[in-house]
Design a binder for this molecule. Structure first.
Ligand SMILES: Cc1ncc(COP(=O)(O)O)c(C=O)c1O
Length: 444
């Protein structure tokens, strides 16, 4: 089939999440290697988003593929429901326990980020039920992203929200996010006293601490364009959650596994949450998989009780074997340290070269989860036209790069294994896309 026929068929038959129905990007990826993607017309693109910020170890590594094949030869499937056990799932738990923050060494295997967050909410509810408390409310942040399935989309709050076809479910409370460049409280860091964190305390008191089960947040907001918190934020919300007996859930689905220059982003602030949602980087895009890591206190409260969750594929042995291999690579190849180094150089180039452009308002993010925010002018911080997203995406492709653009924020999140030389080349492309923007591209 010719590319144009493939594109037509796709547009007419297949739904794509988070996109206009019937309107694909106009090219078809056929193969990949390292940081490079190749389409069905032979065009090569640098993958500067690592797809959905999940291909942390680069595309098509033979060593990972070999592990998957070897596991398939030995045991392709054996389920964990109803108390059955397979070997790779125990080996993965033991391996993961060596890298997660201390105390989070109890696990539930899942398939996707959304599924993991859903399980975190259910486990929080089950935990409080087991403790005899009627704590059921979940507090999340505006402009957060936790997935699109019905169970978690109530906490996902991209702009207007994800679920607009029905009223929001009761028991979900959203509070302003951290976003220093456009502070929701109209304050300025550090004189703000970190109002965004303090507002959590105000909300728990207002809702009644006896009714709040958990607070969930991304350590750095991802899908809304790579917004990093002020350094005081996570230690403060940890303290508030402890004070009011509210479970703290860190959604590390995107930030986990080296992305921010630490194995897990909460390590930047020495914070240990009660639960950590993991997916994406745990298998780096080689298979669908996820994990919920949680404390011994939660495990003990549930011990001996029937667990009304789980699914057929949970703990799939091939996924577990691939996750073990990926963790080995993150550790042996010191990927978090590599990200910190390459990310530091990328950030300083952005601050020096990119920020000097009249329409770049700020540089944000940690490790290789960086972004620049594009404005009409620095003074007014005016929002450019929504058509800018498409313009940037197109120009990136013309210059040989698949870029991460969310509204007026241009991200930089290549595979964590990108070399310094490749990263320098990638930043040249980003700079040339930005510097060639004309006033008519930005006009609202
Ligand atoms: C922080 C966070 N949580 C959850 C999800 C949902 O993950 P999935 O797309 O695998 O359902 C994402 C996806 O981008 C995410 O970034």
């Amino acid at each position: 089939m010719r590319t144009e026929d493939l594109i037509k068929y796709d547009n007419e038959h297949i739904l794509h999440g988070l996109a206009l129905v019937g309107k694909n990007q106009g090219f078809v990826i056929e193969s990949a290697d390292g940081v490079l993607l190749k389409d069905t017309d032979g065009k090569v693109l640098m993958d500067l988003s690592a797809q959905a910020i999940n291909v942390n170890l680069g595309h098509n590594r033979r060593d990972i593929l070999e592990v998957a094949k070897a596991q398939m030869d030995k045991l392709t499937f054996s389920f964990l429901l109803r108390g059955f056990v397979n070997l790779p799932s125990i080996q993965l738990a033991q391996k993961l326990a060596t890298i997660v923050p201390k105390g989070l060494d109890h696990f539930l295997w899942t398939h996707t980020g959304a599924d993991t967050v859903d399980c975190a909410f259910r486990l929080a509810n089950l935990y409080w039920k087991a403790k005899g408390a009627r704590k059921y409310k979940i507090i999340s942040l505006r402009h957060s992203y936790h997935g699109t399935t019905r169970g978690v989309a109530m906490a996902t709050n991209l702009a207007k929200g994800i679920i607009e076809e029905m009223p929001p479910a009761p028991g979900h409370i959203r509070i302003p996010n951290y976003y220093c460049y456009r502070c929701p409280f109209d304050k300025e860091y550090p004189g703000c006293g970190i109002q965004c964190a303090k507002f959590l305390e105000y909300t728990i008191e207002n809702e009644g601490k006896d009714s709040v089960a958990a607070f969930i947040a991304e350590p750095e907001q991802g899908a809304t364009g790579f917004i990093a918190p002020p350094p005081e934020y996570w230690p403060m919300v940890r303290e508030i959650c402890t004070k009011y007996d509210v479970l703290l859930i860190a959604d590390e689905v995107m930030t986990g596994f080296a992305r921010t220059g630490k194995m897990f982003a909460v390590e930047h602030w020495n914070v240990v949450p009660d639960m950590m949602c993991l997916s994406k980087g745990i298998v780096a895009g080689y298979l669908p998989f996820g994990a919920l890591a949680f404390s011994g206190e939660i495990f003990r409260a549930l011990s001996g009780q029937f667990l009304p969750l789980g699914s057929t594929e949970s703990g799939n042995p091939v996924c577990c074997a691939v996750a073990i291999k990926c963790i080995d690579i993150y550790v042996k190849e010191r990927i978090p340290e590599h990200v910190a180094q390459v990310g530091q150089r990328a950030r300083s180039r952005m601050e020096k070269e990119f920020l000097a452009l009249p329409h770049v308002g700020t540089v944000d993010g940690l490790g290789l989860m960086l972004a620049v925010e594009i404005v009409t002018d620095k003074e007014s911080k005016g929002m450019p036209s929504p058509k800018l997203t498409n313009i940037i995406q197109r120009r990136g492709i013309e210059k040989g790069a698949l870029l991460r653009v969310v509204g007026n924020r241009l991200g930089y999140s290549p595979p964590c294994t990108i070399t310094q030389e490749e990263s320098d080349r990638a930043l040249d492309i980003l700079y040339s896309v930005l510097s060639e923007l004309k006033p008519q591209d930005l006009a609202p």
